[in-house]
Design a protein. Structure first.
Length: 626
């Protein structure tokens, strides 16, 4: 029997396979099962177009058999089989796809779609086997053939006896090494787990002889191990079932079985599309945030199947970062696969699926917000921060997608409200959307800067997360209404006469304010009369792009670049403290310096900023007490 040589490309691929180009060797079983399923598909297809053939689905199956003693693993099928020429063509040439050739020959006919890269997937067997034997009898042929190879040296083909149509692939499993335990591919429990993981939704039964412990016949307490043939895969994936057949419990069970989370999903989305690209998907909105969600260990992505075969456990390209919390899967018959079936060619179909999924997720979140506000707020508590990051990232390119999903706590409603709800109830004379930033709702409520805005009856949005102000700065406006911080130097509603009055008061007190500004040189940009304060003597306003809250966040970062907000110390000239300040300015300039530093430190404390010299501050307090 003459040994034939692989073509040069095939030999190189085989050498790569033997050294494992796949990240996980276990996928060899997925590949061989997919090939076997394809072989049955071909008979089904022929039966559609050949009246002399009938297809009784119950007669078609796959069988996985392990023989520990002889270290062999066999994968057999009742599919279409291969002739001698097909064995040589499909298994002797790199990327020669029997399935693709079959499909191309019949592409003008209606029928069952056929996927698979037989030649390429077959080579993965050499990752775990020293020797691979293929015994196959083709449909309509009287003779069977055996193809055998021990690797890159070549292969043999010879005539053999085989009673039934179909193919059996027998792997001689490698011996264990220090790095690899090949024995696991002969273990019943391991084979079952690999089949369930990758091939659970293959449409034909995958059978195995499974050992179970049963009571010995005629005995009351004596047990024995019994082998029974069992079907390992479920065959019909939930996403291909009619939605009307499925209950909420079915979806929750699927969520649990796939280990998408330990919680119950807040909402599921079942998608079936049969258009420019065909796909099915089941997506879930989790209730609870994963413990590692905001860490670099977290991996986003959906499970990706091609015709029921798992291709990628986490396909990141299907989800934008701002929807990375979504769990679930996508199955499409139209996706192209490359050499390993693990790495998907990022083609137009995938991009179209991702685009459609993105729109669907947004639509479902809007529906949840509109129809089940309580449930949406539960979701938002867990993942609202991620939506805000989405607004801020990529220079605000996603803000139009996300702005209607944002919510902030309202000073008037005392609950979370949307931007649309805020703008809808704005008084006619209100020009801006006002917000205030702080560590908590309670702290913000007490901020001196909120007094005049609240007095006008204007609603204030409370920002308590570090991302809030950055996101809003990127958003800039909503429905043509700009955002305005209550600490902004110009609140935008002072009457003209008030502006004249303020200018007059500034001139009257210019000498005092210039002196205070000199005392605080390098600490504040200016000292001026406040029109926002009512009951408090002092506060900070800001001028420029960086707010005080942003300064705090930036200073806490590892690469702190010492970015500071331009602070303006505002003085309430109607407060009794100002009277004391004026009297001191006439009689005791040193006391003015003392009062100035105290007021500055008071403004720092109100904002939650650290006092730069606590000892000096406590000494200053002591001075006014004696």
């Amino acid at each position: 029997m003459t040994k034939k040589q692989f073509k040069a490309e095939s030999k190189r691929l085989l050498e790569m396979m033997i050294n494992s180009i796949y990240s996980q060797k276990e996928i060899f079983l997925r590949e061989l099962i997919s090939n076997a399923s394809d072989a049955i598909d071909k008979i089904y297809y022929k039966a559609l177009t050949d009246e002399s053939l009938s297809f009784e689905k119950d007669q078609y199956y796959l069988k996985v058999s392990a023989d520990k003693e002889n270290r062999t693993l066999a994968i057999s099928d009742t599919g279409i089989g291969m002739t001698k020429e097909e064995l040589e063509a499909n298994l002797g040439t790199i990327a020669k796809s029997g399935s693709l050739a079959f499909k191309n020959e019949n592409e003008s006919k209606d029928g069952h779609d056929i996927i698979g890269q037989f030649g390429v997937g077959f080579y993965s067997a050499f990752m775990v086997a020293d020797e691979v034997t293929v015994i196959s009898k083709a449909l309509g042929e009287d003779t069977a053939y055996k193809w055998g190879s021990e690797g890159a040296d070549g292969y043999t083909i010879e005539e053999v006896e085989k009673d039934t149509v179909g193919t059996a692939i027998i792997l001689k499993i490698k011996e264990n090494t220090e790095d690899e335990k090949y024995d696991e591919y002969l273990e019943e429990y391991r084979l079952k787990s690999i089949i369930k993981k990758y091939s659970d939704f293959i449409r034909y039964p995958i059978k195995m002889d499974v050992t179970s412990r049963k009571l010995k016949e005629g005995s009351e307490n004596e047990y024995e191990d019994v082998q029974e043939e069992q079907v390992i895969n479920s065959m019909v994936p939930i996403w291909r079932k009619n939605k009307n057949e499925l209950s909420q419990e079915d979806y929750e069970n699927f969520y649990t079985e796939k280990r998408y989370g330990f919680d119950k999903p807040l909402k599921h989305i079942h998608i079936s599309v049969d258009g420019a690209v065909r796909y099915n998907a089941i997506l879930f909105m989790p209730e609870n945030i994963p413990f590692d969600y905001y860490s670099k260990e977290f991996e986003k992505g959906l499970e990706l199947y091609s015709n029921g075969v798992l291709i990628m456990e986490k396909c990141a390209d299907l989800l934008p970062d701002y929807f990375s919390f979504v769990k679930g899967m996508v199955d499409s018959e139209d996706l192209s696969l490359n050499i390993s079936r693990e790495i998907l060619q990022h083609d137009k179909q995938l991009k179209l699926i991702a685009k459609n999924i993105n729109k669907k997720i947004k639509s479902e979140l809007q529906s949840l917000l509109r129809d089940d506000r309580e449930k949406y707020e539960v979701f938002y508590k867990s993942f609202g921060r991620q939506l805000k990051y989405g607004v801020y990232s990529d220079f605000g390119s996603n803000k139009d997608v996300l702005q209607d999903l944002l919510m902030f706590y309202s000073s008037i409603e005392k609950k979370l409200v949307t931007l649309d709800e805020y703008v809808t109830r704005m008084p006619e004379d209100q020009k801006y959307i006002y917000y205030a930033s702080g560590e908590s709702y309670e702290r913000i409520e007490k901020l001196p800067q909120t007094e005049v805005v609240a007095e006008k009856g204007y609603e204030i949005l409370y920002f308590t997360e570090d991302i809030d102000e950055f996101a809003i700065r990127m958003l800039m406006n909503y429905k043509e209404k700009e955002f305005k911080s209550v600490s902004s130097g110009d609140l935008g509603f002072e009457a003209e006469e008030n502006k004249d009055s303020t200018a007059s008061e500034e001139n009257e007190n210019k000498e005092l304010f210039d002196h205070m500004k000199n005392v605080l040189a390098g600490k504040v940009k200016d000292v001026r009369v406040s029109k926002r304060l009512r009951s408090h003597p002092v506060c900070f306003a800001t001028d420029g792009e960086v707010s005080i809250e942003m300064e705090k966040i930036l200073s806490a970062m590892p690469d702190n670049q010492n970015i500071k907000a331009d602070k303006i110390l505002e003085i309430n000239i109607n407060h009794e403290v100002f009277s004391a300040l004026m009297n001191a300015f006439v009689t005791d300039k040193e006391k003015v310096n003392l009062y100035t530093n105290l007021l500055y430190n008071q403004a720092l404390l109100i904002e939650g900023l650290p006092v730069q010299d606590p000892v000096e501050f406590t000494n200053d307090i002591c001075k006014i007490m004696v």
